[in-house]
Design a protein around this ligand. Structure first.
Ligand SMILES: Cc1ncc(C[n+]2csc(CCOP(=O)(O)OP(=O)(O)O)c2C)c(N)n1
Length: 380
């Protein structure tokens, strides 16, 4: 335990994990939040057999309910933005079968604090939303020890009520001595996300194609390296970029639309492949930068290494697909699409390392302003 200010204490990832283990929790499933990374970074090694990276938070809840029916004691981890994906199975599965679950939630956008625009509404709703779903909650800065943190949670769970531990920024801190435990930077020989992105944007050049970037660092890098009015950098709504791009492609069938997606985001809403494959927009190029990780939130692993996105897209009805491991191939794929040599919907899977790209800031243009710029670019 480390006191970071007078009324506030931060738990280390390891002390929190040990407290969970001491309370009997033995199954860990969810989608990461960077605020939880000091703890999540320990799970792949320490909990090899009982750690499940889920594709979205709703899937994680259902999986935890199933595990709880076998006597396992699951913990579901998520960012509060992911409560949006979890509400249905929380309200119409967990409560219906009487499964009480422990949630560990990264608490973004808490009322009275400043945060990114996509976190503000959910931040102000989080405590009320949990309460209205019958879920108890504890804010992890109001406690002194890992054990204290779990007192109300354990009591709720004993009474058949779910409970959420809410970690605001700084609520969990890394154990300096343990950083080597965390396996990072998969596939070091491959290009980085930023190399694929810059190659794609180099091919876009001065064309007026719409470019939609997925949530996280992809959008930040697009704004940093190739700012243009025809870009839309998604800031929240993880996984929704291809569907948003599909809507634009349908509304402007003659205008090229390119979506720069991530493996974590695509798996969170794999259903977008189904609708794109069914509607077959010729003007849509889907670039998936697959770095086998949630790099934006700390490099936690995804399950993409066992997924062939090109084959999935093909079987959903995409016109064509390719998987490549060089930035040049990504450049050439974008060029071929813009030159009309490759017709959409085409998926280009760009294999990447999860090694850090240079840090860039958040998009300077806010989401509403970006949407307004795009609207007027599309009117021209
Ligand atoms: C519903 C939801 N859950 C979790 C997050 C937190 N989050 C933001 S970006 C990100 C990782 C995205 O991974 P990927 O699409 O593979 O892109 P990468 O960061 O690896 O480039 C996560 C988990 C979020 N924004 N929304």
């Amino acid at each position: 335990l480390t006191a970071v200010s007078k009324n506030r204490a931060a738990l280390t990832g390891l002390s929190f994990h040990e407290a969970l283990r001491a309370e009997g929790f033995n199954f860990f499933v969810g989608v990461p939040c960077s605020l939880l990374d000091p703890w999540l970074g320990l799970l792949p090694e320490r909990e090899k057999a009982s750690f499940v990276p889920a594709t979205n938070e709703g899937e994680a809840v259902a999986l935890a309910v199933g595990a709880s029916l076998t006597g396992l004691r699951p913990v579901v981890y998520l960012q509060n933005s992911g409560l949006g994906n979890a509400v249905n199975p929380m309200t119409s599965l967990a409560t219906v079968v009487g499964a009480a679950l422990l949630y560990v939630i990264g608490y973004r956008g808490r009322a009275g604090t400043s945060d990114e625009p996509q976190h503000l509404l959910m931040g102000s709703m989080t405590e009320g939303l949990l309460s209205s779903m019958g879920c108890g909650w504890t804010v992890a800065e109001d406690v002194d020890t890992p054990h204290d943190l779990l007192v109300d949670a354990s009591e709720d769970l004993r009474n058949g009520r779910s409970h959420a531990l809410l970690f605001p920024p700084g609520g969990l801190i890394a154990d300096a001595s343990l950083s080597a435990e965390v396996p990072r930077a998969t596939h070091p020989g491959l290009p980085r996300r930023v190399d694929h992105l810059r190659a794609a944007m180099d091919a876009v050049g001065t064309s007026s194609s719409v470019v939609v970037a997925t949530t996280g660092k992809t959008g930040r890098e697009l704004d940093h390296y190739a700012p243009r009015p025809e870009n839309l950098c998604m800031v929240g709504s993880m996984g929704a970029a291809p569907s948003l791009a599909l809507g634009i492609a349908l509304g402007r069938p003659k205008h090229p639309v390119i979506v720069l997606d991530g493996d974590g985001a695509l798996m969170m809403r794999l259903e977008s492949l189904v609708t794109i494959g069914a509607l077959k927009p010729r003007n849509l190029l889907h670039v998936v930068i697959d770095n086998n990780s949630y790099e934006t939130t700390g490099g936690q692993p995804t399950s993409s290494s066992t997924v062939d996105f090109a084959a999935v897209a093909n079987s959903c009805g995409y016109a064509s697909s390719a998987t490549a491991n060089t930035a040049q191939a990504t450049h050439d794929a974008v060029r071929a699409f813009l030159d009309g040599d490759v017709r959409g919907p085409h998926v280009h899977v760009a294999l990447a390392t999860s090694a850090d790209s240079p840090k860039v800031g958040r998009p300077r243009t806010g989401p509403q302003e970006q949407a307004a710029l795009l609207r007027s670019a599309l009117r021209r």
